[in-house]
Write a protein that binds this ligand. Structure first.
Ligand code: F6P
Length: 324
């Protein structure tokens, strides 16, 4: 009987449990045993293994976080620890490792495969949706919905007090969350790292909007551009002579990463998990399951890191066109 291992690595994302469940149940359907690895690569090095069964992954589909726990493990950058990881896998007769992770995790897993000839199958997750080679990563939709709902609430208080609100969303290096939150919450200005927006244009836009009778504004900023606090202070300075109702800021932070996954995240995680096992059975290795034109496909693991995935310029234009 074949045996696979599965782990979750890097920042958590809603839908990880749905992916774990799909891997375990699909594997079982094809008579493969699954071993869960706790705490990502850390647990791989320290051999924190536990058998997963179709029953043990019951009741987790709608739960946020990850039942396997997750970690960022700096030791995995060193070959001696990757070797230890492979020794641990081989000592349990495990034939392949399924990594539910983002580009950083895939880079580590790819090295492990190249150096020690150990098969890897990747399943993309990150709320940032910035993994190259796939249109979608597990967790993105839930994060966008979490942030959109928060901005809707901030809008109520912003309107009531006729204030400018700067709302910071996650995305250390990317603007996918900010862009979709900007579009779906009707933000007046959306700032993302991929398409810079000059400060004087922001100031002009706010003044124009105020003069036209709109007395409040929402600015959504990706954390990769600047902090909400800094932006609020800069705007305060440039708008100090204007009779505006004041500027406030809000950092949404980790609430974006938590909570029950949306239907979309549960469904895509289930599809990714099932297909990952089937690709493995077809003899694939060192691939990532991916979404392309709305369909599930596979990509070489080697293309998933070191390249930048950029939001569509058209979406950036959209968010700007639809504001006053
Ligand atoms: O999951 C991606 C992400 O949410 C980034 O947007 C953010 O900068 C980062 O993780 C922070 O996570 P942590 O504090 O866990 O490193």
């Amino acid at each position: 009987m074949k045996r696979i291992a599965v782990l979750t690595s890097g920042g958590d994302a809603p839908g990880l449990n749905a992916a774990i469940r799909a891997v375990v149940r699909t594997a079982s359907y094809y008579n493969i045993e699954t071993i869960g690895v706790k705490r990502g690569f850390k647990g791989l090095i320290e051999k924190e293994f536990e058998p997963l069964t179709p029953r043990s992954v019951g009741g987790i589909l709608g739960r946020g976080g990850t039942i396997l726990l997750t970690a960022r493990e700096p030791r995995f950058k060193e070959k001696e620890f990757r070797q230890k990881a492979v020794e641990n896998l081989k000592s349990e007769n495990i034939d392949a490792l399924f990594v539910i992770g983002g580009n950083g995790s895939f880079q580590g897993a790819y090295l492990l495969s190249k150096e020690f000839d150990f098969p890897i199958i990747g399943i993309p997750k990150t709320i940032d949706n910035d993994t190259f080679g796939t249109e979608y990563t597990i967790g993105f939709d839930t994060a966008v919905n979490n942030a959109m709902e928060a901005v809707d609430k901030i809008r109520d208080t912003g309107m009531s007090h006729e204030r400018i609100f700067v709302v910071e969303v996650m995305g250390r290096k990317s603007g996918f969350i900010a862009l979709d939150v900007g579009i779906s919450s009707g933000a007046d200005i959306t700032l993302i790292p991929e398409y810079p927006f000059p400060l004087h244009v922001i100031v002009q836009k706010l003044k124009k909007s105020y003069e036209s009778g709109k007395k409040f504004s929402i600015i959504v900023v990706a954390e990769g551009v600047t902090s909400a606090k800094t932006l609020a202070e800069v705007l305060e300075h440039y708008l100090k002579d204007e009779d505006l109702g004041g500027i406030r800021y809000s950092v949404l932070g980790y609430i974006q990463r938590g909570g029950s996954p949306t239907a979309k995240d549960r469904i895509i995680a289930s599809r990714f998990g099932k297909k990952a096992v089937e690709y493995y059975l077809e003899g694939e290795r060192d691939i990532m399951v991916a979404m392309e034109n709305g369909k599930i496909t596979k990509k070489p693991l080697s293309i998933t890191f070191g390249k930048i995935k950029k939001p569509e310029l058209e979406d950036f234009e959209l968010v700007n066109i639809l504001t006053l």
